[in-house]
Design a protein around this ligand. Structure first.
Ligand SMILES: NC(=O)c1ccc[n+]([C@@H]2O[C@H](COP(=O)([O-])OP(=O)(O)OC[C@H]3O[C@@H](n4cnc5c(N)ncnc54)[C@H](O)[C@@H]3O)[C@@H](O)[C@H]2O)c1
Ligand SMILES: [Zn+2]
Ligand SMILES: [Zn+2]
Length: 368
């Protein structure tokens, strides 16, 4: 079939919206008609050429939500009409990682996904007979996508898709960092560095876990205001003295849980150092630049602090995303403030500009 999609032709150039071909779903695959897709930093990172593992031409986009249109042979977990959120982090439920409660890093399709292909090593996207690669296994800057069944989370049909798409990446990452990775205990003190989509999600996750104090640190007063809306009890403008101020606010000890959601390795270090002696846990969700390293003075670890990394918030997507969506529908998570701009597919490059200008939290592409 023919469809419109935003293609990254060459790194460092704007995406080009055009008509391309999409082949039928094969065994284990599903055709999804997209209703909405968020514009995320990872898309821009790849478009810019900064990502060493990036490739082109490709159709970017990974924060999608839509409806199943057609299923390939053997697909049982979704059917036409079902509403789904796309997962760049799949859940096969069979590999050694899926069977362990300790991780969400499914091993089933990593290699081919990383290369830009569906699990059988081929692409469904093409133009004039030449294959176009799939980005993050999702390629959701398009009217339709074909994806493996194991990379689709079936969500409640009640969930508005224009906001459900936010659960495909940043929001679940932040919520999950607090709920799954850190498993914040009720009554605890938490500090979240960064108040973008991920940090705000972490603030909401700490609140859902029953944290007593939630301090959010960011450079933008507007974003700190949003953090208050998500449950931050205190906010603070970041800077070189952030650790000192946090230690002072916490009776000289530091916080039970700290979260890093900026991608800046100096802030990661601050997050480690503001975790409490004895048991403080620092959860790192930010993605650092290529080749950057995190400096930790070992004394901080010897004296009882721990550091954990969190990919997609430790959320096993097919099980966890529908649960988070249900908590939103039940009124436990306030998603509306994250949808800052509604744009069309033709405006996708404007979505990047708005993100670079830090105008709002998320621009969401809506498909007609
Ligand atoms: N682990 C995962 O699976 C995963 C998923 C999605 C995104 N990410 C990463 O998480 C990070 C955050 O993503 P986002 O979409 O929320 O980004 P964002 O750019 O919207 O938010 C980052 C925030 O950090 C703030 N910040 C910058 N310097 C700071 C400082 N010195 N002190 C305090 N705050 C500071 C900025 O003002 C901004 O509000 C990125 O690195 C992104 O790549 C990780
Ligand atoms: Zn993303
Ligand atoms: Zn798996």
């Amino acid at each position: 079939m023919k469809m419109r999609a935003a293609v990254l032709e060459e790194f460092g150039t704007p995406l080009v919206v055009q008509e391309i071909d999409l082949a039928e779903p094969q065994a284990g695959e599903v055709l999804v008609r997209l209703h909405a897709c968020g514009v995320c930093h990872t898309d821009l990172y790849t478009a810019s050429g900064a990502d060493p593992s990036g490739y082109s031409p490709t159709v970017l986009g990974h924060e999608g939500a839509g409806a199943v249109e057609q299923v390939g042979e053997g697909v049982r977990s979704v059917a036409p009409g079902d509403h789904v959120v796309t997962l760049f982090s799949p859940q096969c439920r069979e590999c050694i990682h899926c069977r362990s409660p300790k991780t969400n890093l499914c091993l089933a399709i990593r290699d081919q996904q990383g290369k830009g292909y569906l699990p059988d090593g081929t692409a469904r996207l093409s133009r004039d007979g030449e294959p176009i690669r799939h980005f993050m296994g999702t390629s959701t800057f398009a009217e339709y996508t074909v994806m493996p069944e194991i990379a689709l989370a079936k969500i409640s049909p009640e969930a508005p898709l224009d906001r459900a798409c936010l659960f495909a990446c940043g929001l679940s990452t932040g919520l999950g960092a607090a709920i799954n990775t850190a498993a914040v205990e009720p009554g605890s003190t938490c500090v979240v560095f960064g108040a973008g989509m991920v940090g705000l999600g972490a603030v909401a996750g700490c609140r859902l876990q029953g944290a007593e104090r939630i301090v959010c640190v960011d450079l933008s007063p507007d974003r700190l205001e949003l953090a208050r809306g998500q449950g931050a009890t205190e906010v603070m403008v970041g800077g070189d003295d952030a650790v000192e101020r946090i230690v002072e606010m916490t009776g000289g000890f530091g916080a039970d849980y700290t979260f890093e959601a900026t991608g800046n390795v100096r802030v990661m270090r601050q997050a480690v150092e503001s975790a409490r002696m004895g048991w403080g846990l620092c959860t790192v969700a930010g993605v650092a630049g290529r080749g950057e390293t995190l400096d930790i003075v070992p004394r901080f670890l010897i004296t009882g602090r721990r550091v954990a990394g969190s990919s997609f918030g430790g959320v096993k997507g097919r099980d966890g995303v529908p649960e988070l969506v249900d908590r939103w529908l039940a009124g436990e998570i306030d998603v509306d403030p994250f949808l800052s701009h509604r744009i069309t597919l033709d405006d996708v490059n404007r979505g990047f500009e708005l993100m670079e200008a830090q105008d709002g939290i998320r621009s969401v592409i809506e498909f007609a």
